[in-house]
Design a binder for this molecule. Sequence first.
Ligand code: AMP
Ligand code: ZN
Length: 462
Amino acid sequence: MTIRLYDSYSRSIRDFAPLEGNEVRIYACGPTVYDHAHIGNLRTYVFEDILRRTLEFHGYTVRHVVNITDVGHLTSDADTGEDKIEQGSRRTGQTVWEIAERYTQAFKQDIKALNILEPHVWCRATDHIAEQVRDIQEIERKGFTYRTSDGIYFDTSRLKHYGHLARLDTGGLSAGQRVDIGEKRSPTDFALWKFSPRDAIRQMEWESPWGTGFPGWHIECSAMSVKYLGPMFDIHCGGKDHIPVHHTNEIAQSEVCHGTRLANFWLHGYFLETDREKMSKSSGEFLRLKTLMDRDIDPLAYRYLCLTANYRSDLKFTWSALESAATALGRLRNHMDSWGPAGKPDQGFLDRFRNELYQDLNTTKALAVVWDLSRSRLPAATRKATVLRCDEVLGLGLAEHRFEAPDIPPAVHALVKNREAARVARNWDEADRIRSEISDLGYELEDAPSGTRIVQKKNFQG
Ligand code: AMP
Ligand code: ZN
């Protein structure tokens, strides 16, 4: 079976195979750490986690790199406005370095709560200034830059295929030039290096061959992906909003710098939308994972919700959809708990599951296979083992999940002990009598090879 993935660059579903050997090299654009992640951002990281787990399920070794944007991302994607981190610093009174560290840690906690596997490499933009400067110098040497009073810009008109990823109509853009592009020669040109403003103090700035300043937003990804994955790697991913600007510009820079394509596949996650148009951090009001947890919703219920939609369709967020996801997850956990110890997985169901997933990560249908399986007539031990194997991709933490034991009264514990003694003495009548006494108190016993479990009876009214 081959994994098939939708490649945004060719706009087609293609058979996936690693460029080299058995290793898949993935670069995913990480968070801009000026505030908490909203659950929309997190949907993109869940999708990337499913991608990675699917590749690992297939037997590939994955090398997964995620960057932390802690400089250069301005409030407008068009290289104007204030640096988001500097703005965050003004908002909170903390230094930019404190802001970046605080929200990096918060992001790492969020992804842990969502059972998202940590990347093999985390890389911070501010730790790679020298690499970015070197790449800009190379692009300059090849004649693709020009200088304005506020920075060094990439001249997109010099690149024949500029904008292919987004199918940008660059001719149309410059013909109808109504937008104020300042000193830029064309609206699609973008900053590689920005000079520190003369009238304001920046906390983050560095010396460079062009003057004191800071890197543009896109160059960090070009510089760090080549450092950790080489000039051309297997898969580049991010949210779909990155297609027209950020990824388009990453491609332009990297192709000029290294003379090769940047990534073999481009995968883009669609958006989580709320009633209030699109969810955005800059609007100030947004849903965080903690907002859900404050309402006693398990973060993994949000993960489950993400899996109910395919990554290439927008997902409308509603509280009732989230509650349904929480109920479904609870039911699955209940089944798992009641099935006892795992036996051997069922190959037929595993193949069906794999088949759905390999069609461009169809988690909707893969989940349906899990539900078919749980309702099947296969032995409980087989069902359990098969679901556990599927969960290596779904990442719902089913292997680790333990129901919290209800507070069982000491009297019940004492009766259970007496029943054990009766069973050891083969006094079955006495053991049964004690069992019904326990039942009258509202508890049931489940005998499993690993021992006896005490379960509170549902809807018991003593
Ligand atoms: P940022 O921290 O703003 O750089 O965004 C982090 C990631 O979240 C990027 O890959 C974005 O494309 C993605 N993203 C932003 N908004 C949403 C949304 N509403 N739904 C899904 N992904 C999003
Ligand atoms: Zn990027």
